[in-house]
Design a protein around this ligand. Structure first.
Ligand SMILES: C[S@@+](CC[C@H](N)C(=O)[O-])C[C@H]1O[C@@H](n2cnc3c(N)ncnc32)[C@H](O)[C@@H]1O
Length: 263
């Protein structure tokens, strides 16, 4: 890799796209971007960096390219069982209303999974779900809530007919009753202020792309976002090293609970 030219590109991309790629792991990012450069017939990172200024379309295209949006309903199903059997009962103790944040929610499958599971298992609970992502294009898709039938097959037919409606052949739309519970917003985990007084944060399969310092900064901010006893739910390939440094205690694999100060 040409380190000097990559650093120059990162600088130019930060100015135009307001995304700091220096905080993402280099190996994966460079490999992806080198593919982009090759496919587009550009010479190198220097040329790509020089072309960014004033070229909104290229900046947008690159943004779409670097954000890996893979997701699915009920992703890692067993963990969702722990979500409603273990995590939610912990956070609702004595509460009638809870606030959940699905951070880096991609095209919406994750926050809608949360809303559906809560409606199924806690029908009278008042729930507010904030769903955020860096990528505005993917958020527009999430907001629509329309998915290929084949992509929703994790849910059984009862759930499908209860929470989805047919809009066109092979496509289903999330019913308004569920959509109303989710508010989509653009949010950069590496730059923007974090929501406060959150009972549960679901942030899965994004921090794996960040360098350790950036990751630790995000965990610190998550801890500050959570109320005491609030819970952070992370991805199947993730693990928090020394969780107590962020005032977290392991509740169950992939679920970390924020401890009251002084415990
Ligand atoms: C692999 S998807 C994960 C989606 C979902 N959480 C899941 O586990 O199925 C990663 C998402 O992280 C988003 N992302 C990448 N960098 C981000 C950042 N700095 N702030 C917020 N979201 C980011 C991408 O746009 C993408 O939608």
């Amino acid at each position: 890799m040409d380190t000097q030219n990559y650093s120059y590109f990162i600088q130019e991309f930060k100015k135009t796209a307001k995304i700091d790629l220096a905080l993402y792991k280099d190996d994966q990012m460079v490999r992806r971007l080198e593919n982009f450069i090759r496919n587009k017939g550009f010479k190198d990172f220097k040329e790509l960096g020089q072309l960014l200024q004033g070229n909104k379309d290229l900046v947008e295209e690159l943004k779409g390219y670097i954000t890996i949006n893979v997701t699915e309903f009920l992703r890692n199903e067993k963990m969702w069982e722990d979500f409603y059997k273990v995590a939610v009962p912990e956070i609702i103790k004595g509460k009638r209303k809870i606030r959940i944040w699905s951070a880096a929610c991609s095209s919406g499958e994750e926050p809608y999974t949360i809303a559906i599971l809560l409606k199924e298992h806690f029908p009278t609970l008042d729930v507010e779900i904030i769903a955020t992502d860096l990528d505005s294009t993917i958020l527009a898709k999430a907001q629509k809530g329309v998915y290929k039938k084949n992509d929703i097959r994790a849910f059984d037919s009862r759930i499908l007919s209860r929470y989805f409606e047919e809009v066109e052949a092979d496509y289903l739309k999330v019913k308004d009753e569920i959509k109303r519970k989710v508010r989509f917003e653009r949010h950069n985990l590496l730059e923007d202020p974090f929501p406060k007084m959150v009972d549960l944060i679901v942030c899965r399969n994004v921090l794996i792309y960040f360098k350790d310092d950036a990751k630790n900064e995000v965990y610190t901010n998550f801890s500050q976002s959570l109320v005491d006893n609030g819970i952070l739910f992370i991805g199947a390939t993730e693990q928090i090293f020394k969780p107590e440094q962020f005032r977290f205690k392991i509740l169950k694999s992939f679920f970390y609970q924020k401890q009251k100060e002084g415990i």
